[in-house]
Design a protein around this ligand. Structure first.
Ligand code: GTP
Length: 333
């Protein structure tokens, strides 16, 4: 169904991604590949085709991101608005706010989910108020801010990090929301501002509604959660065709570039292999992301690992649960 109105999307891509270091020393988090393509491209898959424009509020590694976007164009017109100094989520929104639609969408760029964006836009149009937030349901509420919901799923307040028993609900901010453009004026200029903690609580009295999303959800900002996001994407059939590289054996899913060579290698499933990855005979890879040019020696084992561009894993070595950046030889066995 076409959108009822013209909507632009603002995507926050300016964070340092500290929890994914050392990979993010060279690369913005959003370009880390999983299940066949960079995180950002999975996030944007949720947007309908008739979004009018996608605006990126960028900062850290803005040039790297912009180059990648130019080389791998999206289906919507795009524009990048970099910050000279990090402005936080709210400051980034204000800085990139000129020319947005009313209302506009805001997306975190590190949340892997399946949110019904046209449904969110319709809910906002019908309920009114200043905004609406997609909500995901979690079992363990302790790491999150939880929404207390009133009539019509109006958000009354957020309760930070409650135990599951004490939580007013198990619905948390899923990282994709819609706002009237006037809210941008509430963000102070010229300093870093957190949208979620400094601005949103003050907007609740003007009507912010929750939109419950039953699909999967994961914040891909840590190594464990990034790998979990990859498993979710594969299980949802969003990781490309279910086959293995020529001459390899074992279990998929494996997403791999055509230039990958893996003759004699074995897979345990849930693997992404970027361009020019080489896996030696007798090597075993499972639940991992191997970025461009990674080399794994014969009989080496790689499990639950994220290996940055051109990392080399020595023959017979075992890498388990590690995040390694460029050109480090893994330890000998
Ligand atoms: P960590 O350092 O690991 O916490 O990651 P992060 O820097 O990405 O922070 P966080 O995961 O809290 O960020 C949530 C979203 O906001 C991500 O999409 C970030 O790219 C984005 N973001 C965080 N800080 C800024 C900022 O200063 N400016 C802009 N434009 N976006 C930001």
């Amino acid at each position: 169904m076409p959108l009822e109105r013209t909507v632009k999307a603002l995507v926050l891509v300016g964070g340092f991604g500290t929890r994914l270091r050392p990979i993010t020393y060279a690369l913005p988090k959003q370009l880390i590949p999983l299940a066949g393509k960079p995180m950002l491209y999975h996030v944007l898959d949720q947007l309908p085709a008739d979004i009018e424009e996608v605006v990126f509020a960028s900062g850290y590694k803005a040039d790297v991101l912009e180059r990648y976007l130019t080389q791998h164009p999206l289906r919507w017109p795009t524009r990048t608005v970099p910050e000279a100094t990090p402005l936080g989520t709210g400051g980034g929104m204000r800085n990139a706010g000129a020319g947005l639609s009313d209302p506009f969408l805001v997306l975190n760029s590190d949340v892997i989910a399946e949110i019904d964006v046209p449904g969110l836009i319709r809910l906002h149009a019908h309920r009114g108020g200043v905004g609406a937030l997609s909500l995901s349901e979690v079992e363990d509420t302790r790491p999150y801010g939880v929404a207390a919901l009133g009539a019509d799923d109006r958000i009354e307040r957020f309760v930070e990090k409650p135990t599951p028993e004490a939580a007013p609900s198990h619905w948390i901010n899923a990282g994709l929301s819609i706002w009237r453009k006037s809210v941008l004026e509430r963000i102070p200029e010229g300093r870093a501002v957190s949208w979620e903690t400094e601005i949103v609580p003050g907007l609740l009295s003007e009507g912010v509604f929750g939109f419950r999303c039953p699909g999967f959800w994961e914040d891909a900002g840590t190594p464990e959660r990034l790998l979990h996001s990859q498993r979710l994407l594969f299980d949802a059939g969003r990781g490309g065709p279910a086959k293995l590289p020529d001459g390899s054996r074992g279990r998929g899913p494996v997403a791999f570039a055509p230039s990958v060579r893996a003759e004699g290698a074995e897979f345990g499933g849930y693997v992404h292999l970027d361009a020019d990855v080489r896996l030696g005979a007798g090597s075993f890879v499972e639940d991992s992301i191997l970025m461009e040019g990674v080399q794994v020696g014969p009989n080496a084992h790689v499990r639950h690992a994220i290996l940055g561009p051109h990392v080399r894993v020595a023959s017979d070595a075992a890498v388990d649960g590690e995040v390694l950046a460029s050109n480090l030889d893994s330890r000998a066995p």
